[in-house]
Ligand binder design. Structure first.
Ligand code: SF4
Length: 492
């Protein structure tokens, strides 16, 4: 996955810094609460929401089970429609393919539709190294790019910025990239949007190459689908002469009929709209309409490894709606940057350690970036059981040690720092499989309970510093049961 975030500190350290930033917390709280309330109202309008959710889950599971077949179907359909399909095993390969395609056009500028896949592979940085400038055209992505920042939310990448900060970025940075911000620009949304529109318009009209991702690829016709709210995507997809789309292999749906489900669940879960303002669909190339050359880069970059994990593979159902971020109490306080990936929040906590492996400090810490409250699962429109995957990944980190991706396999490295936890788990396992010893230990703990410390010693102090240790009862439950129920049907 992207090199942009490699070497970032583990989640707890990054989150501690973010939590100390009161402006950031205020921006995040306001934005996430507004979106989550709107989403709840939009979802409540549909009586068959539960059935739609189940249908989305089934369609994605079916597609993932037969992905080999559907991928070939996509390649055949796109080729028959005049497009060219390229296969990229990892980020380097995808970046090389795109850079070569742009170089072949003789251009040194591209316009981009907001795309998680191209952020994942750090395409902009790779193109820049080859002398090709990539201009983001989504408003929030533009703010992130002009501010030399990183995205912090899937849907609203500049969610951590307020209007005053955006005005300042436009005023100081727009002239570096093209048309400057209008004189006397204020922080009203209409003025900020107009400034962005004017700045971007000249880029749309000049660009000969567009780069996009896709929300869906329909296998039966090889049609790509992009949903968006601003219309910038439509400009990027139709004006340039060459269009290059970089798409993760999990974005396929078999039939047009399947879109019926996702075009209802995605807008309601993401922007709380009944339908997307702009839904663009294209199939290969068409004479005298739109781009004359179309290239589809199908990206693996860890997805095949993820697919091999029976529990973890459900993360590939994700349709990037961001509903799980907006309800997550951890994301609301820590913000997106702490997750060290283009995929922040609960979905990032299960996707990044699978796509990248858990070899780095940040990736080994991500499965712990959750209170396991389950709010993410409740809102997920494709029913990804995020807490289940988090626990599964914690087990992988603790038992197997950090797993690092190596080609198409997962390689286990010895774990560091989890020895104490493993020893504690082994001790618990022994106690629970020796009832006599457990009973003796419980009685001993009850008799000595006045001597127990209220905080844990050593590294355990970090845990007990903000929590009360549970009080040990005067009488163990098993003894109480025996005494009051006469030992009937209970503990021995
Ligand atoms: S995990 Fe579910 S809720 Fe979160 S972004 Fe993906 S589809 Fe949306």
């Amino acid at each position: 996955m992207s090199g942009t975030f490699v070497g970032m500190p583990a989640f707890p350290r990054a989150a501690r810094e973010a939590v100390g930033n009161t402006t950031l917390r205020g921006n995040l709280r306001h934005a996430t609460h507004t979106i989550r309330d709107k989403r709840a109202r939009a979802v409540a309008e549909l009586e068959d929401w539960a059935a739609l959710r189940e249908a989305g889950k089934q369609i994605k599971d079916h597609t993932l089970r037969h992905l080999d077949r559907y991928l070939v179907q996509v390649e055949d359909a796109v080729t028959a429609a005049g497009g060219t399909v390229h296969w990229a095993a990892d980020a380097d390969e995808a970046n090389e393919i795109v850079a070569r395609l742009v170089e072949a056009t003789g251009e040194s500028e591209v316009v981009k539709v907001k795309s998680m896949a191209t952020q994942e592979i750090a395409l902009n940085e790779a193109l820049e190294a080859r002398g090709i400038h990539a201009y983001e055209t989504d408003l929030a992505e533009l703010i992130v790019q002009l501010g030399k920042d990183r995205p912090s939310h899937i849907l609203v990448p500049a969610i951590h910025r307020n209007r005053g900060e955006i005005r300042d970025i436009f005023r100081s940075e727009m002239s570096e990239w093209g048309r400057p911000a209008p004189e006397g620009l204020t922080d009203t949304p209409a003025e900020l949007a107009e400034a962005a529109r004017l700045h971007l318009r000249e880029k749309f009209l000049r660009a000969k190459v567009g780069i996009s991702g896709a929300n869906f690829v329909v296998a039966e016709t090889g049609t790509l689908v992009v949903v968006e709210s601003e219309g910038n995507g439509r400009m990027c997809l139709t004006l340039p002469e060459t269009l290059i789309s970089v798409v993760g292999i999990e974005k396929i749906v078999p039939r047009w009929q399947d879109l019926e489900v996702f075009l209802q669940t995605l807008p309601r879960s993401s922007t709380a709209e009944r339908m997307n303002p702009y839904t663009s669909m294209w199939t290969g190339t068409t004479d005298e309409d739109g781009p004359r050359a179309f290239h589809l880069v199908l990206l693996d970059n860890g997805r095949t490894d993820t697919l091999a994990d029976e529990v973890g593979r459900q993360a590939l159902r994700c349709i990037r709606c961001s509903a799980c971020l907006n309800v997550c109490p951890v994301y609301e306080r820590a913000g997106g940057h702490a997750y060290g990936s283009v995929y922040p929040g609960p979905i990032g906590a299960i996707l990044s350690p699978q796509l990248r492996g858990t070899g780095s400090e940040i990736d080994a810490s991500l499965p712990y970036a959750s209170s396991l409250c389950g709010a993410c699962y409740e809102v997920c429109p494709v029913a990804i059981d995020i807490p289940e995957v988090l626990v599964h990944l914690r087990e992988r980190v603790v038992q197997g040690g950090p797993a690092v991706r190596g080609g198409n396999r997962v390689v286990l490295k010895p774990a560091k720092g989890h020895a104490a936890e493993r020893a504690a788990m082994r001790a618990a396992q022994w106690a629970f499989t020796h009832p006599g010893a457990l009973r003796t230990g419980q009685r001993l703990a009850s008799r000595t309970r006045r001597l127990h410390p209220r905080t844990l010693p050593g590294p355990g102090r970090a845990w007990s510093g903000s929590r009360d240790l549970p009080a040990v009862p005067a009488e163990p439950f098993r003894d109480w049961w025996q005494r009051t129920r006469g030992g009937k049907g209970g503990a021995k």
